[in-house]
Design a protein around this ligand. Structure first.
Ligand code: GLU
Length: 462
Protein backbone atom coordinates (compact mmCIF):
# COMPACT_ATOMS: atom_id res chain seq x y z
CA UNK A 1 0.00 0.00 0.00
CA UNK A 2 1.35 3.40 -0.99
CA UNK A 3 0.94 5.95 1.77
CA UNK A 4 2.40 9.44 1.53
CA UNK A 5 2.20 12.45 3.78
CA UNK A 6 3.03 16.03 4.31
CA UNK A 7 3.99 17.02 7.81
CA UNK A 8 3.87 20.79 7.97
CA UNK A 9 4.78 22.72 11.09
CA UNK A 10 2.42 25.57 11.94
CA UNK A 11 5.28 28.06 12.17
CA UNK A 12 3.91 30.52 9.61
CA UNK A 13 0.62 32.20 8.92
CA UNK A 14 -0.32 29.70 6.19
CA UNK A 15 1.10 26.93 3.95
CA UNK A 16 4.23 27.91 2.06
CA UNK A 17 3.88 27.50 -1.73
CA UNK A 18 6.90 25.16 -1.55
CA UNK A 19 4.91 22.86 0.73
CA UNK A 20 2.07 22.87 -1.79
CA UNK A 21 4.56 21.87 -4.45
CA UNK A 22 5.87 18.84 -2.51
CA UNK A 23 2.36 18.21 -1.18
CA UNK A 24 1.15 17.93 -4.74
CA UNK A 25 3.73 15.25 -5.55
CA UNK A 26 2.79 13.33 -2.41
CA UNK A 27 -0.88 13.62 -3.25
CA UNK A 28 -0.39 12.55 -6.86
CA UNK A 29 1.84 9.61 -5.96
CA UNK A 30 -0.70 8.26 -3.47
CA UNK A 31 -3.71 8.79 -5.75
CA UNK A 32 -1.97 7.36 -8.78
CA UNK A 33 -1.23 4.18 -6.89
CA UNK A 34 -4.59 3.83 -5.20
CA UNK A 35 -3.00 4.77 -1.88
CA UNK A 36 -3.61 7.35 0.81
CA UNK A 37 -2.42 10.88 1.39
CA UNK A 38 -2.02 11.98 4.98
CA UNK A 39 -1.61 15.38 6.61
CA UNK A 40 0.16 15.37 9.96
CA UNK A 41 0.82 18.50 11.96
CA UNK A 42 4.31 18.65 13.43
CA UNK A 43 3.89 21.14 16.24
CA UNK A 44 6.58 20.01 18.63
CA UNK A 45 8.62 23.18 18.48
CA UNK A 46 6.26 25.07 20.72
CA UNK A 47 8.38 28.23 20.66
CA UNK A 48 7.88 28.71 16.90
CA UNK A 49 4.14 28.10 16.67
CA UNK A 50 2.16 30.90 15.04
CA UNK A 51 -1.34 31.15 16.55
CA UNK A 52 -4.00 30.34 13.95
CA UNK A 53 -1.37 29.00 11.55
CA UNK A 54 -2.52 25.38 11.69
CA UNK A 55 -6.18 26.23 11.09
CA UNK A 56 -5.30 28.40 8.13
CA UNK A 57 -2.94 25.76 6.71
CA UNK A 58 -5.56 23.05 6.81
CA UNK A 59 -8.13 25.40 5.32
CA UNK A 60 -5.85 26.38 2.44
CA UNK A 61 -4.88 22.78 1.71
CA UNK A 62 -8.57 21.92 1.47
CA UNK A 63 -9.35 24.94 -0.70
CA UNK A 64 -6.60 24.08 -3.09
CA UNK A 65 -7.79 20.51 -3.48
CA UNK A 66 -5.09 18.58 -1.64
CA UNK A 67 -7.64 16.76 0.47
CA UNK A 68 -6.28 14.26 2.91
CA UNK A 69 -7.54 10.76 3.55
CA UNK A 70 -6.30 11.13 7.12
CA UNK A 71 -5.60 14.39 8.97
CA UNK A 72 -6.33 16.22 12.22
CA UNK A 73 -9.59 17.35 10.58
CA UNK A 74 -10.91 14.04 9.27
CA UNK A 75 -9.14 11.70 11.70
CA UNK A 76 -8.14 8.21 10.63
CA UNK A 77 -6.93 4.86 11.93
CA UNK A 78 -3.64 6.28 13.25
CA UNK A 79 -5.05 9.32 15.05
CA UNK A 80 -4.14 11.67 16.57
CA UNK A 81 -2.49 13.40 13.59
CA UNK A 82 -1.12 16.27 15.64
CA UNK A 83 2.21 15.56 17.31
CA UNK A 84 1.49 17.59 20.44
CA UNK A 85 -1.25 15.04 21.17
CA UNK A 86 1.13 12.08 20.89
CA UNK A 87 3.73 13.01 23.50
CA UNK A 88 3.45 9.86 25.62
CA UNK A 89 4.27 7.79 22.54
CA UNK A 90 7.55 9.55 21.85
CA UNK A 91 8.63 9.22 25.45
CA UNK A 92 7.92 5.50 25.35
CA UNK A 93 9.95 5.05 22.17
CA UNK A 94 12.83 7.15 23.47
CA UNK A 95 12.94 4.96 26.60
CA UNK A 96 12.90 1.88 24.40
CA UNK A 97 16.04 3.07 22.64
CA UNK A 98 17.77 3.75 25.95
CA UNK A 99 16.91 0.24 27.10
CA UNK A 100 18.34 -1.15 23.86
CA UNK A 101 21.55 0.82 24.37
CA UNK A 102 20.91 2.89 21.24
CA UNK A 103 20.30 6.14 23.12
CA UNK A 104 21.24 7.64 26.47
CA UNK A 105 20.25 10.29 28.98
CA UNK A 106 22.03 13.59 29.11
CA UNK A 107 21.80 16.27 31.79
CA UNK A 108 24.40 18.69 30.48
CA UNK A 109 23.44 22.29 31.07
CA UNK A 110 23.25 24.88 28.29
CA UNK A 111 26.34 26.55 29.83
CA UNK A 112 28.40 23.36 29.65
CA UNK A 113 27.36 22.71 26.07
CA UNK A 114 28.24 26.28 25.15
CA UNK A 115 31.65 25.99 26.72
CA UNK A 116 32.23 22.66 24.96
CA UNK A 117 31.29 24.17 21.57
CA UNK A 118 33.64 27.09 22.07
CA UNK A 119 36.50 24.75 22.84
CA UNK A 120 35.72 22.65 19.78
CA UNK A 121 35.64 25.72 17.62
CA UNK A 122 38.97 26.81 18.96
CA UNK A 123 40.46 23.37 18.26
CA UNK A 124 38.86 23.32 14.79
CA UNK A 125 36.93 20.14 15.67
CA UNK A 126 33.53 19.17 14.26
CA UNK A 127 31.04 20.62 16.74
CA UNK A 128 29.27 17.71 18.36
CA UNK A 129 28.36 16.43 21.78
CA UNK A 130 31.38 14.96 23.60
CA UNK A 131 29.38 12.13 25.25
CA UNK A 132 30.22 13.33 28.72
CA UNK A 133 26.92 11.94 30.06
CA UNK A 134 27.12 8.75 28.04
CA UNK A 135 30.24 7.84 29.96
CA UNK A 136 28.56 8.58 33.30
CA UNK A 137 25.08 7.09 32.82
CA UNK A 138 24.78 5.66 36.33
CA UNK A 139 25.38 9.00 37.95
CA UNK A 140 23.18 10.75 35.37
CA UNK A 141 20.27 8.42 36.09
CA UNK A 142 20.66 9.04 39.81
CA UNK A 143 20.47 12.81 39.24
CA UNK A 144 17.43 12.40 37.00
CA UNK A 145 15.67 10.46 39.77
CA UNK A 146 16.38 13.41 42.04
CA UNK A 147 14.61 15.70 39.60
CA UNK A 148 17.36 17.02 37.32
CA UNK A 149 15.98 17.89 33.87
CA UNK A 150 17.30 15.66 31.10
CA UNK A 151 17.21 14.98 27.40
CA UNK A 152 17.58 11.69 25.52
CA UNK A 153 20.33 11.53 22.90
CA UNK A 154 20.82 9.10 20.06
CA UNK A 155 24.09 7.17 20.23
CA UNK A 156 25.24 7.84 16.69
CA UNK A 157 27.07 4.78 15.36
CA UNK A 158 30.52 5.47 13.94
CA UNK A 159 29.84 3.81 10.61
CA UNK A 160 28.90 4.66 7.09
CA UNK A 161 25.21 5.42 6.70
CA UNK A 162 23.81 4.61 3.29
CA UNK A 163 20.39 5.01 1.74
CA UNK A 164 18.83 5.28 -1.69
CA UNK A 165 17.01 8.45 -2.60
CA UNK A 166 14.45 7.91 -5.36
CA UNK A 167 15.42 11.23 -6.97
CA UNK A 168 19.06 11.68 -5.95
CA UNK A 169 20.32 8.12 -5.96
CA UNK A 170 22.68 6.63 -3.39
CA UNK A 171 23.53 8.89 -0.45
CA UNK A 172 26.45 8.03 1.82
CA UNK A 173 27.33 9.83 5.03
CA UNK A 174 29.84 9.18 7.78
CA UNK A 175 28.15 8.58 11.11
CA UNK A 176 31.29 9.81 12.86
CA UNK A 177 30.59 13.29 11.45
CA UNK A 178 27.12 13.36 12.95
CA UNK A 179 26.14 14.64 16.35
CA UNK A 180 24.45 12.51 19.02
CA UNK A 181 21.13 14.03 18.14
CA UNK A 182 18.75 15.00 20.94
CA UNK A 183 15.61 12.89 20.51
CA UNK A 184 13.55 13.90 23.51
CA UNK A 185 13.79 17.42 24.91
CA UNK A 186 13.70 18.32 28.59
CA UNK A 187 10.13 19.60 28.20
CA UNK A 188 9.03 16.09 27.20
CA UNK A 189 8.52 17.03 23.56
CA UNK A 190 10.31 15.02 20.91
CA UNK A 191 12.65 16.74 18.49
CA UNK A 192 11.66 16.69 14.84
CA UNK A 193 13.87 13.64 14.25
CA UNK A 194 12.25 11.35 16.80
CA UNK A 195 8.73 12.60 16.07
CA UNK A 196 9.01 12.19 12.33
CA UNK A 197 10.47 8.67 12.46
CA UNK A 198 8.06 7.34 15.08
CA UNK A 199 5.06 8.80 13.29
CA UNK A 200 6.07 7.85 9.77
CA UNK A 201 6.55 4.30 11.01
CA UNK A 202 3.36 4.08 13.07
CA UNK A 203 1.34 5.73 10.30
CA UNK A 204 2.76 3.22 7.81
CA UNK A 205 4.12 5.86 5.45
CA UNK A 206 5.68 4.12 2.46
CA UNK A 207 7.19 7.11 0.62
CA UNK A 208 8.67 10.18 2.25
CA UNK A 209 8.66 12.86 -0.42
CA UNK A 210 9.92 16.12 1.04
CA UNK A 211 12.10 19.16 0.42
CA UNK A 212 15.85 18.79 0.06
CA UNK A 213 16.39 20.85 3.21
CA UNK A 214 15.64 17.64 5.12
CA UNK A 215 18.26 15.59 3.30
CA UNK A 216 20.99 16.22 5.93
CA UNK A 217 18.56 14.90 8.58
CA UNK A 218 17.79 11.68 6.75
CA UNK A 219 20.94 9.74 7.83
CA UNK A 220 19.88 10.35 11.44
CA UNK A 221 16.46 8.98 10.58
CA UNK A 222 18.01 5.95 8.89
CA UNK A 223 19.98 5.27 12.08
CA UNK A 224 16.77 5.58 14.10
CA UNK A 225 14.88 3.13 11.89
CA UNK A 226 17.74 0.67 12.30
CA UNK A 227 17.89 1.23 16.05
CA UNK A 228 14.19 0.44 16.38
CA UNK A 229 14.51 -2.49 13.99
CA UNK A 230 11.90 -0.96 11.66
CA UNK A 231 11.71 -1.26 7.90
CA UNK A 232 13.01 1.78 6.08
CA UNK A 233 10.49 3.77 4.02
CA UNK A 234 11.48 5.08 0.58
CA UNK A 235 12.91 8.59 0.47
CA UNK A 236 12.66 11.23 -2.25
CA UNK A 237 14.08 14.69 -1.67
CA UNK A 238 12.87 17.33 -4.10
CA UNK A 239 14.67 20.57 -4.88
CA UNK A 240 13.58 23.77 -3.22
CA UNK A 241 11.80 26.48 -5.15
CA UNK A 242 13.91 29.48 -6.10
CA UNK A 243 13.21 33.09 -6.97
CA UNK A 244 13.85 34.04 -10.60
CA UNK A 245 17.29 35.30 -9.48
CA UNK A 246 17.96 31.78 -8.12
CA UNK A 247 17.97 32.91 -4.50
CA UNK A 248 15.96 30.89 -1.98
CA UNK A 249 12.27 31.72 -2.07
CA UNK A 250 11.71 34.20 0.71
CA UNK A 251 8.97 36.54 1.65
CA UNK A 252 11.25 39.52 1.19
CA UNK A 253 11.08 39.12 -2.61
CA UNK A 254 7.64 37.68 -3.37
CA UNK A 255 4.69 36.37 -1.40
CA UNK A 256 5.38 32.83 -0.20
CA UNK A 257 2.07 32.04 1.45
CA UNK A 258 -0.41 30.14 -0.69
CA UNK A 259 -3.36 32.29 0.36
CA UNK A 260 -1.53 35.41 -0.82
CA UNK A 261 -1.96 34.07 -4.35
CA UNK A 262 -5.48 32.69 -3.90
CA UNK A 263 -6.58 35.97 -2.32
CA UNK A 264 -5.42 37.81 -5.43
CA UNK A 265 -7.72 35.66 -7.49
CA UNK A 266 -5.26 33.10 -8.78
CA UNK A 267 -7.29 29.92 -9.29
CA UNK A 268 -6.27 26.98 -7.10
CA UNK A 269 -6.19 24.76 -10.20
CA UNK A 270 -3.86 27.19 -11.99
CA UNK A 271 -1.58 27.38 -8.96
CA UNK A 272 -1.47 23.58 -8.78
CA UNK A 273 -0.82 23.38 -12.53
CA UNK A 274 2.05 25.86 -12.26
CA UNK A 275 3.52 24.19 -9.18
CA UNK A 276 3.30 20.79 -10.88
CA UNK A 277 5.85 22.12 -13.36
CA UNK A 278 8.39 22.83 -10.63
CA UNK A 279 11.07 20.18 -11.18
CA UNK A 280 8.89 18.06 -13.43
CA UNK A 281 7.57 18.33 -16.94
CA UNK A 282 4.65 16.77 -18.71
CA UNK A 283 5.80 13.82 -20.86
CA UNK A 284 4.18 15.46 -23.91
CA UNK A 285 5.57 18.86 -23.02
CA UNK A 286 2.10 20.18 -22.20
CA UNK A 287 1.87 23.33 -20.16
CA UNK A 288 -1.79 23.22 -19.17
CA UNK A 289 -3.31 20.12 -17.62
CA UNK A 290 -5.79 19.19 -14.95
CA UNK A 291 -4.94 17.65 -11.59
CA UNK A 292 -6.51 14.44 -12.84
CA UNK A 293 -4.20 14.31 -15.83
CA UNK A 294 -1.19 15.15 -13.67
CA UNK A 295 -2.00 12.25 -11.37
CA UNK A 296 -2.20 9.99 -14.40
CA UNK A 297 1.13 10.94 -15.96
CA UNK A 298 3.23 11.87 -12.90
CA UNK A 299 6.11 9.61 -11.99
CA UNK A 300 8.56 10.20 -9.16
CA UNK A 301 11.43 9.00 -11.33
CA UNK A 302 10.89 11.97 -13.69
CA UNK A 303 11.45 14.57 -10.98
CA UNK A 304 14.60 16.56 -11.71
CA UNK A 305 17.16 17.79 -9.23
CA UNK A 306 17.73 21.19 -10.87
CA UNK A 307 16.39 24.03 -8.77
CA UNK A 308 12.95 25.03 -10.09
CA UNK A 309 12.18 28.74 -10.46
CA UNK A 310 8.93 29.96 -8.99
CA UNK A 311 8.08 33.09 -10.93
CA UNK A 312 4.86 34.87 -9.86
CA UNK A 313 4.78 36.64 -13.26
CA UNK A 314 4.60 33.28 -15.05
CA UNK A 315 2.04 32.05 -12.57
CA UNK A 316 -0.15 35.05 -13.42
CA UNK A 317 0.37 34.43 -17.11
CA UNK A 318 -0.77 30.85 -16.66
CA UNK A 319 -3.78 31.97 -14.65
CA UNK A 320 -4.60 34.32 -17.54
CA UNK A 321 -4.72 31.28 -19.83
CA UNK A 322 -7.15 29.60 -17.46
CA UNK A 323 -9.31 32.72 -17.56
CA UNK A 324 -9.27 32.79 -21.35
CA UNK A 325 -10.20 29.13 -21.61
CA UNK A 326 -13.16 29.53 -19.30
CA UNK A 327 -16.79 29.44 -20.18
CA UNK A 328 -18.14 33.04 -20.02
CA UNK A 329 -20.86 32.27 -17.52
CA UNK A 330 -18.49 30.42 -15.24
CA UNK A 331 -16.06 33.33 -15.36
CA UNK A 332 -18.79 35.82 -14.46
CA UNK A 333 -19.68 33.64 -11.52
CA UNK A 334 -16.07 33.41 -10.33
CA UNK A 335 -15.70 37.16 -10.62
CA UNK A 336 -18.85 37.80 -8.64
CA UNK A 337 -17.82 35.31 -5.96
CA UNK A 338 -14.51 37.20 -5.76
CA UNK A 339 -15.76 40.81 -5.71
CA UNK A 340 -18.97 40.20 -3.80
CA UNK A 341 -22.74 40.06 -4.27
CA UNK A 342 -23.05 43.88 -4.29
CA UNK A 343 -21.94 43.76 -7.94
CA UNK A 344 -24.83 42.59 -10.13
CA UNK A 345 -24.14 39.45 -12.11
CA UNK A 346 -25.97 40.81 -15.22
CA UNK A 347 -23.50 43.66 -15.52
CA UNK A 348 -20.50 41.42 -14.87
CA UNK A 349 -21.76 39.03 -17.55
CA UNK A 350 -21.90 41.87 -20.09
CA UNK A 351 -18.30 42.82 -19.40
CA UNK A 352 -16.84 39.35 -19.93
CA UNK A 353 -16.24 39.74 -23.69
CA UNK A 354 -14.36 42.99 -22.97
CA UNK A 355 -12.05 41.67 -20.26
CA UNK A 356 -11.61 37.94 -20.73
CA UNK A 357 -8.48 38.46 -22.81
CA UNK A 358 -7.18 41.24 -20.57
CA UNK A 359 -7.26 40.10 -16.98
CA UNK A 360 -4.77 37.65 -15.56
CA UNK A 361 -6.27 37.22 -12.12
CA UNK A 362 -9.60 38.05 -10.53
CA UNK A 363 -8.21 41.01 -8.61
CA UNK A 364 -7.50 42.69 -12.00
CA UNK A 365 -11.24 42.98 -12.60
CA UNK A 366 -12.34 45.87 -10.39
CA UNK A 367 -9.46 48.24 -11.23
CA UNK A 368 -10.50 47.74 -14.86
CA UNK A 369 -14.29 47.56 -14.61
CA UNK A 370 -15.11 49.23 -11.30
CA UNK A 371 -16.31 52.34 -13.20
CA UNK A 372 -19.27 50.37 -14.53
CA UNK A 373 -20.65 50.07 -11.03
CA UNK A 374 -20.12 53.63 -9.77
CA UNK A 375 -19.56 57.07 -11.22
CA UNK A 376 -15.99 58.36 -11.26
CA UNK A 377 -15.07 60.27 -8.12
CA UNK A 378 -12.08 61.85 -9.77
CA UNK A 379 -10.68 62.30 -13.25
CA UNK A 380 -7.15 61.48 -14.33
CA UNK A 381 -7.15 64.42 -16.77
CA UNK A 382 -8.46 67.94 -16.23
CA UNK A 383 -11.44 68.15 -18.59
CA UNK A 384 -12.31 71.82 -18.14
CA UNK A 385 -11.14 72.84 -21.59
CA UNK A 386 -13.48 70.29 -23.18
CA UNK A 387 -16.66 71.71 -21.66
CA UNK A 388 -18.28 72.77 -24.97
CA UNK A 389 -17.38 69.58 -26.78
CA UNK A 390 -18.72 67.47 -23.93
CA UNK A 391 -21.97 69.44 -23.91
CA UNK A 392 -22.29 68.77 -27.61
CA UNK A 393 -21.58 65.05 -27.18
CA UNK A 394 -24.15 64.88 -24.42
CA UNK A 395 -26.78 66.41 -26.66
CA UNK A 396 -25.99 64.19 -29.66
CA UNK A 397 -25.99 61.05 -27.56
CA UNK A 398 -29.22 62.21 -25.92
CA UNK A 399 -30.85 62.55 -29.33
CA UNK A 400 -30.01 58.97 -30.32
CA UNK A 401 -33.14 56.88 -30.86
CA UNK A 402 -31.42 53.52 -31.18
CA UNK A 403 -28.57 53.40 -28.65
CA UNK A 404 -26.71 50.54 -30.36
CA UNK A 405 -22.99 50.00 -30.74
CA UNK A 406 -22.93 50.83 -34.51
CA UNK A 407 -25.01 53.95 -34.10
CA UNK A 408 -22.93 55.12 -31.18
CA UNK A 409 -19.68 54.65 -33.16
CA UNK A 410 -21.08 56.78 -35.97
CA UNK A 411 -22.34 59.54 -33.66
CA UNK A 412 -19.07 59.78 -31.74
CA UNK A 413 -16.87 59.88 -34.87
CA UNK A 414 -19.09 62.64 -36.21
CA UNK A 415 -18.76 64.56 -32.91
CA UNK A 416 -14.98 64.35 -33.08
CA UNK A 417 -14.96 65.60 -36.65
CA UNK A 418 -17.29 68.48 -35.90
CA UNK A 419 -15.17 69.53 -32.92
CA UNK A 420 -12.09 69.43 -35.15
CA UNK A 421 -10.40 67.01 -32.74
CA UNK A 422 -8.22 64.05 -33.56
CA UNK A 423 -9.99 60.79 -32.75
CA UNK A 424 -7.26 59.91 -30.25
CA UNK A 425 -7.77 63.10 -28.25
CA UNK A 426 -11.54 62.96 -28.53
CA UNK A 427 -11.81 59.43 -27.22
CA UNK A 428 -9.26 60.09 -24.47
CA UNK A 429 -11.47 62.97 -23.30
CA UNK A 430 -14.64 60.91 -23.46
CA UNK A 431 -12.99 57.91 -21.79
CA UNK A 432 -11.91 60.06 -18.86
CA UNK A 433 -15.37 61.61 -18.66
CA UNK A 434 -17.09 58.21 -18.56
CA UNK A 435 -14.59 56.14 -16.60
CA UNK A 436 -12.41 58.69 -14.80
CA UNK A 437 -9.37 56.90 -16.25
CA UNK A 438 -7.11 57.09 -19.28
CA UNK A 439 -7.12 53.33 -19.69
CA UNK A 440 -10.27 51.20 -19.73
CA UNK A 441 -11.90 48.36 -21.62
CA UNK A 442 -13.18 49.41 -25.09
CA UNK A 443 -15.06 52.65 -24.49
CA UNK A 444 -18.02 52.33 -26.84
CA UNK A 445 -18.86 48.84 -25.59
CA UNK A 446 -18.57 50.11 -22.03
CA UNK A 447 -21.00 52.95 -22.84
CA UNK A 448 -23.50 50.47 -24.23
CA UNK A 449 -23.26 48.47 -20.99
CA UNK A 450 -23.79 51.65 -18.95
CA UNK A 451 -26.83 52.67 -21.05
CA UNK A 452 -27.73 56.00 -22.57
CA UNK A 453 -29.08 57.70 -19.44
CA UNK A 454 -26.05 56.86 -17.34
CA UNK A 455 -23.68 58.04 -20.09
CA UNK A 456 -25.44 61.39 -20.33
CA UNK A 457 -25.31 61.74 -16.54
CA UNK A 458 -21.59 61.06 -16.51
CA UNK A 459 -20.78 63.37 -19.40
CA UNK A 460 -22.82 66.05 -17.67
CA UNK A 461 -20.99 65.55 -14.37
CA UNK A 462 -17.60 65.59 -16.08
N1 GLU B 1 7.80 19.35 9.96
C1 GLU B 1 8.63 19.41 8.79
C2 GLU B 1 8.25 20.66 8.01
O1 GLU B 1 7.82 21.59 8.60
C3 GLU B 1 8.41 18.14 7.99
C4 GLU B 1 9.61 17.64 7.27
C5 GLU B 1 9.34 16.27 6.71
O2 GLU B 1 8.53 16.21 5.77
O3 GLU B 1 9.88 15.32 7.21
O4 GLU B 1 8.39 20.76 6.83
Amino acid sequence: MIRTRIAPSPTGKDVHVGSISTGLMNFAWAKKNGGQFIIRIEDTDQTRIVPGGEKKMLETLGKIGLTADESPLVGGPYAPYRQSERLSLYKKYAEELVTKGKAYYCICTAERLDEMRKQQQKNKQIPKYDRHCFHNQEEVIKKIKEGTPYVVRLLMPEKEIVFEDLIRGRIVMQGSNLDDQVLLKSDGFPTYHLGVVVDDHLMKISHIIRGEEWLPSTPKHVVLYEAFGWELPLFAHVSLLRNPDKSKLSKRKNPVWTSDYIDQGIFPEALLNYLALMGWSHPEGKELFTLEEYIRVFDLKDVQTTAPVFDPVKLEWMNGLYIRNMDKDALAEKIQAFIGPAYPKEIIAKTIPLIQERIKKLSDYLPLCGFLFEQPKQYEVDLSKYKTVLQDVSKKVGDMKDFSLENLNGVLIACAKEAGMKNSEFFMMLRVAITGKKISPPLNDSMIILGKEECIKRIGKA
